[in-house]
Design a protein around this ligand. Structure first.
Ligand code: SAH
Ligand code: SF4
Ligand code: F3S
Length: 479
C-alpha cells in the first residue's frame, strides 16, 4: 500500500511543481527533513532559507520523505487550484503519518499565513504552521511539536529579510541561483492575495545581497536571478533597512543594485523578476543596456489589455501607458525578450475588454506568457468590492484564446531567431538526451545543441547559431 503511494508521490513530484532536495551528508545530521515547494520562485528561495535554519538545528535534507522525521510543504495561495494541490498532497501525507505516528508534518508559506491556526482545525494531522516571516522560530516550534504540542507562528514582520542567513542550495544545477532582494508587497492589486500572505514590502541590505552573489560566483555559479514581488521598488538605505550598509553608504535603488551585482564579474549573468510596469525606470533600462552580463529579458506582467479592467485591478497604469513602456524598452534595449502574466475573466470583463487583451499581446509581441483565469481569493479587495461575475465557461474560453495567441507569438518569436547567433550559458544536459547540452540565451530562451564536436562544459559560455526551433525551444549548433 505504502509502496504504491510512494511511487505515486515520487511520480507526481517529478511531473508537478513540487521537487525534493538533495541529501545533506547523512553522517553529519541525526535527523532528516523533507521539503516540497509550491508557487513562485520566492517560495523556492525561502525553502533554501528554511533548509539553512534546519541544518543549524541538526536536521539534514533528504530527497526521500520515507526517511524523513519532518515533512514540510511550502505552500502557495495565489489561486484556488494552488491551494487544492496542497490539500491533496496533505491527504497523502496524512495516510503516511497514520502509518508512522512519529512523523511531524508542517505547513509553511502563504497558505499557512492565510489560514493561520484554522489550518490545524481543518487538517488535524498538521503539527506545525509557520508563515513566511517566522522561519527563524522553526527550531523552537519543532521542539514544541516534538513534545506533542501543536505549534504555530504566523506573525508578519516589517523588518525580516533573512539577510544574514546563507541559503542552502536545494536542487541546484550549480550554475544558476536565486537571490532574494526584498520581501512582501505594498501594491494592492485587487485580485491578489500576496500583500496579505507576505506582508509589507521591505528591502534586504544591499551589502548582504552583493556578498551572497559574490560567494555564489566564487563557488562556480554563473547566473543569479534577483528576486522580489516588485524588484523595481527596491530601495535600501541604512535608515530604511536594518543592517549594516557595508561600503554602500548612500541609498541604493534597484538600478544601482543591479549595476553593483553586474560589476562582480563580466562572467556572472544577472537576471531579475518581477518588474511592475509602473515602477521600472529608464535608469534600470540604461543599466541593462550598459552591461553585457545583465540579461536582456524583462518579465513585465500586464494582467489585462483593457484600461477599465486595469483600473479595477488597481494596476495604476493604462493600456496606452503600458504600450509606451514596451516602446521604451525596445528603444533602449533592442532585441530585449519580454514576457507577461495575463488574467482572463476578471470581474465585469466584457468581450471587448478581452479583445483589448489580445490586441495588446499582439502589440507587445511577448516571447512568453503565464496565463490564468481569474480565481477569486478570500479577503482580497476584489472579493470584497466586486462580483466574480464572468461564468467559468467564458473565462476558460477566453483563456484558451489567450493561450492560442501566445503560442503563435512564441512560435513567431522563435522563428525570428532562426539563423542568428547567441551567447549561451550552458546549464547542463538537455532534458531529453545526455548527448545534448541545454542552455539559455540572454533573452531567456532555452536552446538545445549537440555536445559532439565541442569541448564545452556546464557553466561555460558558448556561441550557438539557431538552426531550427519548436514552439518552446530553440535548436542550434556551436559556432
Ligand atoms: N508580483 C508579481 C506577480 C505575483 S503573482 C506581479 O506583480 O506581477 C503571479 C501572477 O499570478 C500574477 O502576475 C497574476 O497574473 C496571477 N494572479 C495573481 N492573483 C491571481 C488570481 N486571483 N487569479 C488568477 N491569477 C492571479
Ligand atoms: Fe500581487 Fe500586485 Fe503585489 Fe504582484 S504587485 S504581488 S500582483 S499585489
Ligand atoms: Fe504563491 Fe505566495 Fe508566491 S501566494 S505566488 S507562494 S508569494
Amino acid at each position: 500500500m505504502l509502496d504504491v503511494l510512494t511511487q505515486k508521490i515520487h511520480d507526481e513530484a517529478r511531473q508537478g511543481e513540487a521537487y525534493a532536495p538533495f541529501i545533506n551528508d547523512p553522517t553529519q545530521y541525526k535527523k532528516r527533513f523533507y521539503i516540497e515547494s509550491y508557487g513562485c520562485q520566492m517560495n523556492f528561495s525561502d525553502s533554501e532559507i528554511v533548509a539553512s535554519i534546519l541544518n543549524g538545528t541538526g536536521y539534514g535534507a533528504t530527497r526521500n520523505y520515507e526517511e524523513a522525521d519532518l515533512v514540510f510543504l511550502n505552500t502557495c495561495s495565489i489561486r484556488e487550484k494552488a491551494e487544492q494541490t496542497v490539500r491533496k498532497r496533505l491527504t497523502e501525507f496524512r495516510k503516511i503519518k497514520q502509518a508512522r505516528p512519529g512523523l511531524l508534518v508542517g505547513v509553511l508559506g502563504c497558505m499557512a499565513e492565510r489560514l493561520k491556526s484554522k489550518f490545524l482545525e481543518e487538517e488535524q494531522l498538521v503539527d506545525i504552521v509557520v508563515g513566511p516571516d517566522a522561519y527563524r522560530s522553526l527550531p523552537a516550534l519543532i521542539e514544541e511539536a516534538e513534545g506533542g504540542q501543536k505549534a504555530v507562528n504566523v506573525l508578519l514582520s516589517r523588518e525580516e529579510t533573512y539577510a544574514d542567513i546563507s541559503p542552502v542550495r536545494l536542487n541546484s544545477n550549480g550554475v544558476s541561483a536565486f537571490v532574494s532582494i526584498m520581501r512582501g508587497c505594498n501594491n494592492m492589486c485587487t485580485f491578489c492575495v500576496v500583500p496579505f500572505t507576505r506582508g509589507r514590502e521591505r528591502s534586504r541590505d544591499a551589502a548582504s545581497i552583493i556578498k551572497e552573489c559574490k560567494d555564489l560566483f566564487d563557488r562556480g555559479y554563473r547566473e543569479v536571478t534577483l528576486l522580489g514581488q516588485n524588484v523595481d521598488s527596491y530601495y535600501f538605505t541604512p535608515e530604511t533597512g536594518n543592517g549594516e550598509p557595508g561600503n554602500l553608504s548612500e541609498a541604493v535603488t534597484f538600478a544601482r543594485l543591479l549595476e553593483e551585482v553586474a560589476k562582480i564579474s563580466p562572467l556572472l549573468r544577472v537576471r531579475f523578476s518581477t518588474s511592475h510596469p509602473k515602477d521600472i525606470t529608464d535608469d534600470v533600462l540604461h543599466v541593462m543596456a550598459r552591461h553585457n552580463n545583465i540579461c536582456k529579458y524583462i518579465h513585465l506582467p500586464v494582467q489585462s489589455g483593457s484600461s477599465r479592467i486595469l483600473q479595477m485591478m488597481n494596476r495604476t497604469y493604462t493600456r496606452e501607458w503600458y504600450m509606451a513602456k514596451i516602446d521604451r524598452i525596445r528603444e533602449i534595449i533592442p532585441g530585449c525578450g519580454i514576457s507577461s502574466d495575463i488574467i482572463s475573466g476578471f470581474c465585469t470583463e466584457t468581450e471587448e475588454d478581452h479583445q483589448d487583451t489580445l490586441s495588446l499581446m499582439e502589440y507587445s509581441r511577448y516571447d512568453l506568457s503565464y496565463m490564468f483565469f481569474y480565481s477569486e481569493r478570500p479577503g482580497t479587495l476584489a472579493q470584497r468590492r466586486y462580483k466574480d461575475d464572468v461564468p467559468e465557461s467564458v473565462k476558460k474560453r477566453r483563456l484558451q484564446e489567450v493561450v492560442d495567441l501566445q503560442n503563435r507569438l512564441s512560435r513567431e518569436s522563435n522563428e525570428r531567431d532562426l539563423g542568428k547567433t547567441f551567447e549561451v550559458l550552458i546549464e547542463g544536459d538537455s532534458k531529453k538526451s545526455g548527448e545534448d547540452w541545454m542552455g539559455r540565451t540572454s533573452q531567456n530562451k532555452v536552446i538545445v545543441f549537440s555536445k559532439q564536436g565541442n569541448t564545452c562544459q556546464k557553466g561555460n559560455y558558448v556561441h550557438v547559431q539557431v538552426t531550427d526551433c519548436t514552439k518552446a525551444t530553440l535548436l542550434g549548433e556551436v559556432v
